[in-house]
Design a protein around this ligand. Structure first.
Ligand SMILES: Nc1nc2c(c(=O)[nH]1)N[C@H]1C(S)=C(S)[C@@H](COP(=O)(O)O)O[C@H]1N2
Ligand SMILES: [Mo]
Length: 431
């Protein structure tokens, strides 16, 4: 490896691992990126500087002191959720999306966690809120917020994804969108709460009970039916999100959290859990959140989210400022387990190379991947393809549509294609 004058490296010495410029994932570790930043050349700090070392203004006097509640840097104002236009006949309803293209790592800051509300955010007073467990139980129970805080809790990192995420990609023409506008209905947090099995044990579930009706305290009274087996497996009543009480937007003071399953079933502002023989057939599992297949029959209770990945940078509506080596990075997740492998292609799927997994690879959590890529100024199509611990491989868009048809809107998890033109402009494309 020879350093060039500008601190980069000769392109013909790069270890190419797939077509159109993909470079061995280990290169980023060894040499950093050529051509993106200003190199630490000897004449910046060295003896032949020929000028005075500049001491920045912020190093010349003390800054403000401590604060009681922190806020992000004023230089990160571009980190914003984006919301659609409100609908006057649907007050409080709508969604806001996480700015995936500006995030690194796997945890979504609470202020940027995506939101999906069917009837706005209720102002729930924890001192008056109650959680009831009733129906087919030996002993119906009612808990206050204070009661629940006394139980042992677990902390787990899980993604949450709305089943409507990426649904625009069912459309015939590729939407001109960004990672945020197309895929921003996924986020990931450390959720802390009480395993639902603990509370169900206390109530004593009768043998006839097979489902749990979970209902929220919002104006929509959103309800969903949870199969008992899942409820006893990894479902929790979550009270904390990334170390602070769950945000009002995420269900303060408590939400059901159903790992790996469509976001809608993680009922926010949770107020009732009723044990039943059958599913309750709530509005949100009959008219909505069912998937109509090509033969016009509808699938109901399609809970787990598919194996999915997405390059977040570079991505839609960004542009590459110059030829050179870029870090391609993105996120991957699966409702069926952990992420085992992510491959990246720069030539529209003709050849693939393994990306590096930069993060933990835990169950039903986002994973972060990266791979270096040299853009030589030509056309290209960047794609990523995830494999999970259950052996599921993320399908191409065509394979996904062949399976699900075009009537359904939910559970899109096909491979995302970002097309690059000779100007370096990046667009959502279909291959
Ligand atoms: N009570 C209640 N729970 C709810 C909703 C709601 O509107 N009301 N929205 C659901 C939907 S559709 C999704 S995708 C997730 C979104 O969770 P978030 O807003 O914390 O991201 O919450 C679910 N739980
Ligand atoms: Mo959703």
């Amino acid at each position: 490896m020879t350093n060039t004058k500008n601190g980069g490296f000769m392109s013909d010495e790069l270890d190419r691992v797939a077509g159109n410029g993909l470079i061995n994932r280990r290169h980023l570790l060894k040499v950093g990126l050529g051509g993106l930043g200003t190199a630490l050349a000897t004449n910046t700090f060295g003896a032949d500087a020929g000028g005075k070392l500049q001491i920045p203004q912020w190093s010349q006097q003390p800054g403000p002191g401590t604060s009681s509640y922190g806020s992000p840097s004023s230089f990160t104002g571009h980190l914003q959720r984006s919301a659609g236009t409100p609908n006057p006949i649907y007050p409080g309803g709508g969604a806001s999306r996480s700015p995936l293209q500006h995030l690194q790592g796997t945890i979504t800051p609470n202020s940027l966690h995506f939101e999906r509300h069917h009837s706005g955010v209720p102002a729930v007073d924890p001192a008056q809120h109650k959680l009831v467990i009733n129906g087919l139980v030996d002993q119906p129970l009612m808990f206050s917020y204070e009661d629940l805080l006394k139980y042992p809790m677990v902390s787990k990192i899980y993604f949450l994804e709305c089943s409507g995420n990426s649904g625009t990609l069912y459309g015939n023409t590729p939407a001109d969108g960004s990672a945020q506008s197309i895929h921003g209905l996924v986020s990931c947090a450390e959720w802390t709460g009480i395993p639902l099995s603990t509370l169900l044990d206390e109530a004593g579930v009768k043998t006839e009970a097979k489902w749990i009706a979970a209902v929220g305290a919002d104006g929509a009274s959103m309800g969903r039916s949870v199969p008992l087996a899942k409820a006893l497996d990894d479902v929790m009543v979550a009270l904390y999100q990334n170390g602070e009480p769950i945000r009002p937007e995420q269900g303060y003071p408590m939400r059901l959290f159903v790992p790996g399953w469509e976001g809608n079933i993680s009922v926010k502002w949770l107020t009732q859990l009723k044990l039943t023989r059958e599913a309750s057939q709530f509005r949100d599992e009959t008219s909505k959140y069912t998937d109509t297949m090509t033969d016009r029959r509808s699938l109901q209770f399609t809970f787990p989210m598919g194996t999915k990945s997405l390059i977040t940078s570079p991505s839609g509506q960004m542009s590459l400022p110059h030829k050179g080596v870029y870090k391609v990075t993105g996120i991957a997740w699966s409702g069926a387990g952990s992420i085992r492998r992510v491959e990246v292609s720069a030539d529209g799927g003709r050849s693939w190379a393994d990306a590096m997994i930069e993060s933990h690879q835990s169950d039903k959590a986002l994973a972060r991947f990266s791979i270096p890529w040299q853009w030589d100024g030509g056309d290209g199509i960047l794609q990523s393809r995830a494999t999970d611990s259950a052996g599921n491989i993320q399908p191409s868009r065509d394979a996904h549509l062949a399976e699900r048809g075009l009537i359904s809107f939910y559970h899109y998890h096909g491979i995302q294609s970002w097309g690059i033109n000779t100007e370096g402009e990046i667009k959502n494309v279909y291959t």
